[in-house]
Design a protein around this ligand. Structure first.
Ligand code: C5P
Ligand code: ZN
Length: 461
């Protein structure tokens, strides 16, 4: 990895101009911000573009870009054999394109790509390091002084749920975390891992928990208020409503023990309690202090055609926060509408090896994957079947699919399911073993589902 990072760093230093292409999600925005800061510090002329996915149009844009070098972050690994220009650095963690072999290819005009991806070094890109992490490794190879960007890699990893399975970051992410803690940029603590430690009031914090489901509290605001009153924890402080981060140590301990008891099973307790990460440069309650909330704020920008606002935040522009918060309010409304839409209309259909819903044009293609993940973890769906979702998109039907990690242990790889099945119906796709996506022709959904089921049944042992 270090040798590849040094090679990439050399190409970046030698280039007269660079185009950065990055993904619109939190990991992509942090990755793009690391790349942009690296180039700005070198005094290199650069442009940055954020993309929803690596479509045919994106590939031709990259192949035809006038810059000396294209640096592709958190995207690109699944489509390596489509690139046909010199000067490409890919810092990504998606499952690599199986058709691509370094310096040997079926395409005559193929040029070598400098590919920095954890899968190549025997690491699991879905858990051990993210696109921002790989971009950070290259950034540090360009100049060790870029180590101060490491906290963005931690935000990116949390944005890609890399801390979910073990309730803490694992693998190479821990190396980056140790650096970030050493520099005083990130603080890790053991705490309740529900979403919204900083910005949700105490009742909402418990009420919208969702995963794990807390009997009597989840989706029950009055129950949450009673629970907190029973523990002698006041909801307000003067006129202000308190958040979880406002509790003193003694209150937090009392509430944590009661929540762990309520969680019931050891598995639920393990999901409820673990490591949480704070970005120390941002003040309490700012929406940027908790790494997960920071990532959600970035997602609220990128998934609504405003990744640039997210990048301004990562690059230290405080004026971007107001715009980002407006985006976040819209994102919250959309997610809450989408979840009720799927639940209230009972849209989920079960087949033998998959469950799925078709949201038509009711859910944006850029957030349908988040909704599929939340449905999978809710009590309205089964956990032992992958959750697939369709959404109408301008260029076809968008597919998103998510699975519980226990299925990965049985052989499931959603990335290859999506690339193979989409390819067979005239679409394209890829991603990670636990989370993947595709775009397919709208009139081939049924056929696509049949193929997806065939492949899943052959993968599972
Ligand atoms: O869009 P969604 O959130 O469902 O994507 C899940 C994962 O699959 C993402 O990491 C995304 O980059 C990847 N993906 C892909 N090719 C596609 C669609 C999604 O590699 N056509
Ligand atoms: Zn990513």
């Amino acid at each position: 990895m270090e040798a590849d990072a040094r090679k990439a760093a050399g190409m970046i230093r030698d280039a007269g101009s660079v185009l950065v292409v990055s993904h619109i999600d939190a990991d992509g925005i942090t990755a793009g911000s690391i790349a942009a800061t690296t180039l700005a510090r070198l005094g290199k002329p650069y442009r940055i573009r954020f993309e929803k996915k690596m479509s045919e149009d994106t590939v031709s844009m990259i192949n035809g870009a006038p810059e000396d070098l294209v640096w592709i972050c958190d995207l690109g690994s699944g489509y390596l054999s489509d690139f046909s220009r010199p000067g490409i650095v890919v810092t990504d963690h998606h499952v690599p394109d199986p058709r691509w072999r370094r310096k040997q290819t079926v395409l005559d005009d193929f040029e070598d790509v400098c590919h920095v991806n954890p899968h190549v070094y025997g690491m699991d890109g879905s858990r051990e390091v993210c696109g921002a992490g790989m971009t950070y490794v290259v950034s540090k190879a360009v100049d060790p002084a870029n180590a101060d960007l490491c906290y963005l890699a931690i935000v990116g990893a949390c944005g890609d749920f890399q801390d979910s399975d073990e309730s803490r970051l694992v693998g190479y992410n821990r190396v980056i975390l140790a650096e970030a803690e050493g520099l005083g940029l990130v603080l890790s603590e053991e705490d309740v891992r529900l979403f919204g430690r900083e910005t949700r009031n105490l009742v909402q914090f418990l009420q919208y928990s969702g995963d794990p489901v807390l009997p009597g509290l989840t989706e029950n605001g009055a129950g949450c208020a009673d629970f907190l009153a029973g523990l002698g924890i006041s909801l307000g402080d003067g006129g202000r409503r308190r958040s979880w981060c406002d509790l003193d140590d003694e209150e937090r301990e009392r509430a944590t023990s009661a929540l762990l008891e309520l969680a019931g099973t050891p598995e639920a307790a393990r999901r409820l309690f673990g490591e949480v990460y704070s970005v120390t440069m941002h003040r309490k309650g700012s929406g940027l202090r908790d790494a997960k909330e920071f990532a959600t704020l970035l997602n609220s920008c990128g998934r609504y055609d405003d990744a640039e606002t997210g990048m301004r935040i990562c690059m230290g522009d405080p004026s971007a926060l107001r715009d980002a918060k407006r985006n976040r309010a819209e994102h919250r409304r959309n997610i809450s509408y989408a979840l009720s839409y799927v639940k209230d209309r009972r849209l989920i259909r079960e087949r033998r090896f998959i469950q799925y819903f078709d949201s038509g044009d009711e859910i944006r293609e850029t957030v349908v994957g988040i909704v599929a993940g939340m449905m999978l973890n809710s009590d309205s769906a089964r956990r032992d079947l992958p959750m697939l979702a369709f959404a109408d998109a301008d260029d076809g039907t968008k597919v998103s699919v998510r699975a519980d990690r226990s299925l990965i242990e049985r052989g499931l790889n959603l990335s290859s399911v999506m690339s193979t099945a989409a390819g067979l119906v005239g679409g394209y796709g890829g991603g990670h073993n636990v989370a993947a996506g595709a775009t397919i022709p709208p009139d081939r959904k049924e056929e696509f589902l049949d193929i997806v089921e065939d492949i899943i049944s052959s993968q599972l042992i």
